[in-house]
Ligand binder design. Structure first.
Ligand SMILES: Cc1cc2nc3c(=O)[nH]c(=O)nc-3n(C[C@H](O)[C@H](O)[C@H](O)COP(=O)(O)OP(=O)(O)OC[C@H]3O[C@@H](n4cnc5c(N)ncnc54)[C@H](O)[C@@H]3O)c2cc1C
Length: 592
């Protein structure tokens, strides 16, 4: 089963749901024709080069031999093609060799690359994060030295946070940085470092969190360093190997072709990036980029799994269809299978639009000329990032599971590939901050943004769409509007409760964080599909070709509103009453 990039759906999501048009002033070159050409080009690379390597990548995987990592078969050549095609620098500044296109378009391309080959896609995903972190925090020399090589894909980047005793709790990191003349020496052990070593590029730029000798304890005492695999001369030339190496790679449930390395820093030469003890803030630039990237991975794996399930449902025949009466009938013609396929597609389109909207907000936060617009875009990006990460990756796992289910026993058999998607998807809610940690971030930091202004502004933006849908002369659009309206009421009630509880009953608020993220994600997703449905109904009214396509967009919004949004009041219950006093259960009472 191959992968076909959903170019039409991506272009539609950008335009109808993510308000890509708002970027026209800052990015005049990114017109509809360019968007389509870029997406089609990425689709060709994905179908011809990346997707065919996905299965061998799973079966053979990355290898660790003689202290070095070798990428899975074909990956090094595919990476060269990715870099040669300029795909690593789409959104980077032209000053560093990039193409200066919107991040939102880059994120759409990212979906295509990740869907074709999730394990492969992690390498450019992290490199992109390193580019953003260096661009934001580096000095002029560091930018000139590292950015052109990373942007053009000659070198790749990694993110080194995790240590055995410090996973979610970054304040527990112990890797040390000692001064040595005009530079620093890093010693310590990092674990789970994605693409920490490989043979696909000439050099690897490790961004590493470590502690200076006199650093305060906890996360306020972390500094960010650049430690390249091979030392770099002032002219960019490559020198000797640095004193760092991969100690081993992990054997994992999925993404076998993405080497997950133990990295040993043995007095590695490094340079400080940003101010001392401000490393976590500097690293957050990379983490936010990677969080959105991982959210997109959730959309991507879901789309890939869905395409396979749809093809299977059209091919496999079982039983008699209650609709057509045909015997034997395609699985597709059984109402329960059709429901499942439509729900999958609706949730994929909702998550896609959430991720693209987050990227549009990031573009606006960077380019808006008016400070009010810039601040609003910043809030929106901050608020949507945990939703893009957690909601989309939960959806990715659930959709990979539903897709496997549609293929019955064959889904469980490795040869069909459905099992690989399911295994690959399972890491997404775990890495880049577990989804539980993102829910806490949403409930804590993000609800507090602008003293609650970020959520208020979001609700204010959704209301007119709900009203517009409700007043439409179309029963389906009306239903979507009504469900969206009651979803908003549920969000307002849960938000008010959380804000009130945080003050005097923190554990209650923390226990309600995950259902709150789901609730907000469901409502934002419903909003995105509702916006798309309004555009689709406009197209139908204009007599646009392919009315089935547009009618189905309205149908997907309706399926989502009836099967997902309808649960919003229940989720508010789960946030509020469901979480009160939960923390009082003892281990023994729970069976320990
Ligand atoms: C394949 C893979 C690739 C990775 N790539 C990288 C990489 O490139 N760079 C890197 O630095 N790291 C990487 N990681 C590490 C990854 O980001 C961590 O595994 C993740 O952040 C969780 O940390 P942990 O595994 O220590 O789990 P823990 O922190 O031990 O968490 C375990 C569980 O407890 C919950 N929990 C923890 N603390 C709290 C709390 N305060 N409140 C409520 N719940 C809590 C979590 O949600 C989770 O469900 C990777 C991991 C894997 C498996």
């Amino acid at each position: 089963m191959t992968y076909r990039a959903p170019v039409r759906d991506l272009a539609f999501a950008l335009e109808a749901a993510a308000d890509f048009g708002r970027l026209a002033g800052a990015f005049p070159g990114a017109d509809a024709e360019t968007v389509r050409a870029v997406l089609e080009g990425a689709g060709a690379l994905a179908a011809d080069v990346l997707a065919p390597l996905n299965r061998a990548g799973d079966q053979v995987g990355a290898r660790y031999e003689n202290g070095r990592v070798t990428a899975a078969p074909g990956f090094a050549e595919a990476y060269r093609q990715l870099a040669a095609g300029g795909w690593t620098g789409l959104a980077a500044d032209a000053e560093w060799g990039g193409q200066g296109l919107p991040k939102a378009l880059d994120i759409a391309v990212f979906e295509i690359i990740q869907a074709a080959n999730l394990a492969f896609g992690l390498c450019p995903l992290l490199t992109q994060g390193a580019v953003e972190a260096i661009e934001k925090n580096g000095d002029a020399r560091q930018k000139a030295l590292y950015l052109p090589k990373l942007v053009t894909g000659e070198w790749t980047g990694t993110m080194n946070l995790t240590e055995p005793q410090a996973g979610s709790d970054l304040g527990a990191l112990t890797t040390k940085a000692e001064p040595d003349g005009d530079h620093w020496r890093l010693s310590g052990q990092k674990i789970f470092i994605t693409w920490g070593d490989h043979d696909m590029a000439d050099n690897i730029v490790h961004l590493v969190l470590a502690r200076l000798p006199d650093a305060p304890p906890g996360s306020r005492g972390l500094s960010l360093f650049i430690a390249p695999k091979r030392l770099v001369g002032e002219d960019g030339s490559l020198g000797a190997m640095n004193d760092l190496r991969p100690g081993s790679i992990e054997h994992k449930l999925g993404i076998h072709a993405s080497p997950t390395c133990v990295m040993l820093y043995e007095g590695a030469k490094a340079e400080l990036i940003g101010a001392p003890n401000q490393g976590l803030a500097a690293m957050f630039v990379m983490m936010n980029a990677a969080r959105l990237g991982v959210g997109v991975q959730g959309v991507a794996i879901a789309e890939r799994a869905y395409q396979q399930a749809l093809a299977y449902a059209l091919d496999r025949k079982q039983g008699r269809s209650a609709w057509t009466g045909a015997y034997p009938s395609r699985l597709f013609d059984h109402p329960d299978v059709r429901r499942s396929l439509m729900l999958m597609k609706a949730r994929i389109e909702a998550a896609r639009a959430i991720c693209l909207s987050t990227a549009v907000a990031a573009d606006l936060a960077r380019t808006a000329t008016n400070p009010v617009d810039r601040d609003a875009a910043n809030f929106r990006q901050e608020l949507l990032t945990p939703i893009a990460k957690a909601w989309s990756t939960d959806m990715g796992v659930e959709t990979a599971s539903s897709a496997l289910q549609i293929q019955g026993g064959m889904g469980f058999i490795e040869e069909t590939g459905a099992a690989q998607h399911y295994r690959d998807a399972r890491i997404l809610p775990i890495y880049e901050g577990t989804n539980g940690i993102h829910a806490i971030d949403l409930m804590g930091r993000k609800l507090a943004l602008g003293k609650g202004a970020a959520v208020r502004e979001l609700v204010d933006d959704i209301m007119p769409t709900a009203a517009h849908l409700k007043s439409a002369d179309d029963a389906w659009l009306h239903t979507v509007g009504a469900r969206l309206e009651s979803g908003l009421a549920a969000v307002q009630s849960a938000t008010g409760w959380l804000i009130e509880r945080r003050g005097h009953a923190q554990p209650d608020a923390l226990a309600g964080a995950t259902p709150y993220l789901k609730l907000l994600g469901d409502v934002v997703g419903g909003w995105m599909l509702g916006k798309g449905a309004l555009v689709a109904s406009q197209r139908i009214a204009e007599g646009a070709p392919d009315p089935d396509y547009w009618r189905t967009k309205i149908g997907l919004a309706r399926v989502f509103s009836e099967q997902v949004l309808a649960q919003a009041p229940g989720l508010t219950q789960a946030v509020t009453q469901g979480s009160v006093d939960l923390f009082r259960a003892t281990p023994e009472a729970l069976g320990a």
